[in-house]
Ligand binder design. Structure first.
Ligand code: 9D3
Length: 254
């Protein structure tokens, strides 16, 4: 998998990708990172990459010429890659997009700074505009890193266990994950739920499923609409009743 990133902070991106699963995969040649810095594509003495917005107002805008030159240079290296602009105005990023981009084999990510980039660059060079959600970052780099991480772990061989990539939340059934516990059995006076120590694998699976259902309904009811639910699941959800907060342990506040 090849990732191209257009950024004014190439070291921020490359250093973050030296660590963990992604760092190892880069060392093994399974992932490749290609950086392009618009500042290296400037022609003026001050290496200017931003300018004041036409029409007035606060903040600065990334100036089109050096930015488009950086994007075009990556497109020449990676001719089949979709070009994605990370921006608060984008459609929400999700696991389905991560999967789609992994299948493409190469991806160009454009990280903006300041108030954003000149709209004409979007019109001429950007295939899709994508956001991480409704909160304010100081630039697109951390969003690009999140996308790279999400796509990388879907690349065969990047994770040790090929099952674990798809087992996570959103990986299979579209529900949030169940809670997890490890030793000790009692921590700070809080015991592990007894069913997990019972050795009854059917009861454990059922409890985990119900925990996943209850917290999905509590925290992300939007996900329940699309989730694949069995008749058992529906009976359980109905048994929770219609109040926002149930009375059993599955609805404990976190
Ligand atoms: C008018 C207010 N502006 C600044 C407070 C808007 C604004 C411009 C640029 C807000 C954020 C940014 C930089 N953000 C990103 O580059 C970004 C982002 C984000 O902020 N939130 C969620 N996803 C993304 S993807 C890229």
């Amino acid at each position: 998998m090849q990732f191209g990133v257009v950024t004014l902070f190439p070291e921020l991106v490359s250093s973050a990708l030296e660590h963990g699963v992604v760092g190892r995969a880069r060392q093994q040649g399974q992932l490749e990172l290609v950086l392009a810095n618009p500042r290296e594509r400037t022609a003026d003495r001050h290496r200017t990459v931003d300018d004041r917005p036409f029409g007035g107002g606060p903040g600065m805008v990334m100036t089109p010429a050096p930015l488009s030159a950086a994007i075009v240079s990556l497109k020449e290296t990676m001719p089949d890659a979709p070009v994605i602009y990370l921006s608060p105005q984008g459609r929400p990023f999700d696991q389905a997009l991560a999967r789609e981009w992994q299948e493409r084999g190469s991806l160009i990510l454009v990280a903006g700074r300041y108030e954003g980039i000149d709209e004409r660059v979007i019109d001429s060079l950007i295939d899709r505009e994508v956001s991480l959600g409704d909160f304010v970052l100081s630039g697109g780099e951390f969003a690009a890193l999140a996308v790279i991480d999400a796509v990388s772990r879907l690349v065969p061989g990047v994770l040790g266990d090929p099952l674990s990539a798809e087992e996570d939340s959103f990986g299979t059934d579209g529900l949030l994950d169940c809670p997890h516990y490890t030793r000790p059995e009692v921590f700070d006076q809080h015991p592990v739920p007894a069913v997990l120590l019972s050795g009854d694998h059917k009861a454990i699976a059922r409890w985990r499923r119900q925990q996943a259902l209850a917290r999905t309904r509590d925290r992300r009811p939007d996900l329940l609409e699309k989730a694949e639910l069995t008749e058992d699941d529906k009976v359980f959800l109905t048994s929770l009743g219609s109040s926002a907060e149930g009375t059993d342990a599955t609805s404990e506040e976190q």
